[in-house]
Design a protein. Structure first.
Length: 160
């Protein structure tokens, strides 16, 4: 790694940079399905719930935490809503650093479980999640149709 990798809470000043990562404009290769027709990253995510990975002051990735539901009975569960790493920084520990900090942050907020959803067509992400201790809890078969192909939604989680 060229410089020191740090993970910090996002600020409103990160909005344009995170939107560019989320929409694929920053060279991520593909836009988030949630990024369509958005003019602000924080329109769908709170700055306080987003972690930013930086190297030498340059944003190289982000992760957003949320609750899967608004039910108080489910408040102990935190969910990763989005995780993106710039392609030139993939395979260099950025995702793992974000996942580790997300676990610590969710635990600080009273969480006992961290969950996520990943497309079955993304084996690289799934391997990163498994390496960070996530296990498959279920599969929603043919949950999406992407470019004419049915794609499963894999549900993964780990205890905190």
């Amino acid at each position: 790694m060229d410089g020191a990798l740090t993970v910090r809470a996002a600020t409103p000043d990160d909005d344009a940079t995170l939107l560019a990562l989320d929409t694929g404009e920053a060279g991520t290769g593909f836009p988030s399905v949630f990024a369509r027709e958005r003019s602000s990253f924080f329109g769908s995510a709170e700055a306080a719930d987003t972690l930013v990975a930086e190297v030498d002051g340059s944003v190289v990735g982000y992760l957003t935490l949320t609750h899967p539901t608004r039910l108080p009975e489910n408040a102990h569960v935190w969910s990763i809503e989005g995780l993106t790493v710039r392609p030139d920084w993939r395979g260099r520990g950025v995702a793992r650093a974000l996942l580790d900090e997300a676990g610590r942050e969710a635990a600080r907020r009273g969480g006992r479980k961290l969950s996520l959803r990943v497309l079955s067509t993304n084996p690289r992400a799934r391997a990163a999640y498994e390496a960070a201790g996530f296990e498959v809890e279920g599969v929603l078969r043919e949950e999406f149709v992407i470019e004419g192909e049915s794609v499963d939604d894999v549900l993964m989680a780990r205890p905190l």
